[in-house]
Design a protein around this ligand. Structure first.
Ligand SMILES: *Cc1c(COP(=O)(O)O)cnc(C)c1O
Length: 391
């Protein structure tokens, strides 16, 4: 017997929204004079800085390159310790390794799934140089506590806000608060430039280092060069990279940014539908939201109460996939990846993150999904959980 599926097309967990204006913006660049290092990049940077309320913004080829640059600007070097969370994408910790630093994983708060400030404090040593907190799923971390701690111990805060473009903390936009804040424009994120990233900052010294790092460590500004050979002269002052964003990417990003508020509103509307539909289910824990921030909802994650279910997360995940619901798992704790184990990290380091990993499923959430898509997910999740719940 073949059972009729609630939906016969696959619904991914995330997807970009591209409209005719976006396409036209890219075409205009392709027909113009500059494909890279042209005016579109600084226009995108200005718009992003204005949106988040920061003094400066520097665009990068992707968010990972942006994190690397921020670690360089923060002067992370060989042997320096940087505290971050394990419940994140590997890039949040890899950027420390790129600079020869040592990632130190602090466990998460069991309610918000964000890094726990008290555990950060316990991990600070004489070698600690920076903290990289991640606004997990779009919910801002406890910035006041983290920034206060950073000030006390003279640490730089590089906020990984890849999930949190459009989020606010105590009424302020994420991106205007930390020493440096990173955004990603990968297609599953809030806005996309294909690949792309940005650092926002209010600090001029960081800004100038970021600009040079993005382009081989080179400056052409005659006020900043040590020698002066003539009008052709540029100078490489440290080992940088080619981490530039193209004008093609920047034009797409700037066009997308104009739709950000609409994107965030749709995401939170769908979250409200999910929350209302699941709140009576004893077998799932819904995303807890603190009062001091407003999430921009990159991800909607349900946590299974495995003691109330006859099967594990894997079986539920596979059943949802079979039903064309493109669920995902965010994240495999970074310290459990084979590469990190080989560096000496492993089980037991972050018990809350390790436990959470076994119980979570990310449901589809993106502005381009329809209300009917949301109801399909709700129906399939409810049916599946009911099938496997302890009677
Ligand atoms: C997406 C993401 C990154 C990396 O961004 P890319 O643009 O893909 O390089 C870093 N940290 C987190 C938490 C992310 O989700």
């Amino acid at each position: 017997m073949t059972v009729k599926l609630v939906r016969d097309t696959y619904l991914p967990y995330g997807k970009q929204w591209i409209d005719e204006e976006d396409i036209q913006a890219v075409i205009n660049v392709l027909k113009g004079d500059y494909l890279t290092t042209g005016p579109a990049v600084s226009e995108f940077e200005k718009a992003a800085a204005a949106y988040v309320g920061s003094t400066y913004a520097v665009a990068f080829a992707n968010g990972t390159a942006a994190l690397h640059a921020a670690c360089f600007a923060a002067n992370i070097g060989v042997g320096d310790e940087v505290i971050t969370t394990s419940m994140t994408f590997a890039a949040s910790a890899n950027c420390v390794l790129y600079q020869g630093g040592i990632p130190i994983f602090a466990d998460i708060d069991d309610k918000t799934y964000n890094i726990d400030p008290q555990i950060i404090e316990a991990k600070i040593t004489a070698k600690t140089k920076a903290i990289i907190p991640v606004d997990f799923t779009g919910q801002p971390v406890d910035l006041d506590k983290i920034l206060e701690m950073a000030k006390k111990h003279n640490l730089v805060v590089i906020e990984d806000a890849a999930h949190a473009l459009g989020a606010t903390y105590k009424g302020k936009k994420v991106g205007s608060i930390s020493d440096m804040t990173m955004f990603s424009f990968h297609p599953v994120k809030h806005i996309t430039s294909g690949e792309g990233g940005m650092i926002t900052t209010n600090n001029k010294e960081y800004y100038e280092k970021l600009l040079k790092f993005r382009s081989h460590g080179i400056t052409r500004d005659p006020d900043k060069t040590k020698e002066h050979h003539g009008p052709w002269y540029y100078e490489m002052q440290f080992l940088g990279y080619n981490y530039r964003m193209t004008d093609i990417q920047a034009a797409l990003g700037a066009s997308q940014l104009m739709k950000l508020e609409m994107f965030v509103n749709l995401r939170s509307k769908y979250v409200d539908l999910y929350n209302a539909a699941f709140k009576d289910m004893e077998e799932v824990i819904l995303p807890y939201q603190k009062e001091d921030g407003v999430s921009s909802w990159h991800l909607y994650i349900i946590r299974l109460r495995l003691e109330k279910l006859k099967v594990n997360r894997k079986e539920i995940y596979e059943e949802l996939q079979k039903q064309n619901i493109g669920v995902n798992v965010h994240y495999i704790p970074v310290h459990l990846h084979p590469f990190y184990r080989q560096l000496g990290y492993g089980e037991g380091l972050c018990p809350n993150a390790e436990q959470l990993y076994k119980e979570i499923i990310t449901l589809p959430l993106f502005p381009g999904m329809s209300e009917q898509d949301v109801y399909d997910v709700i129906t399939v999740v409810r049916n599946t959980v009911n099938t496997y719940k302890m009677s």
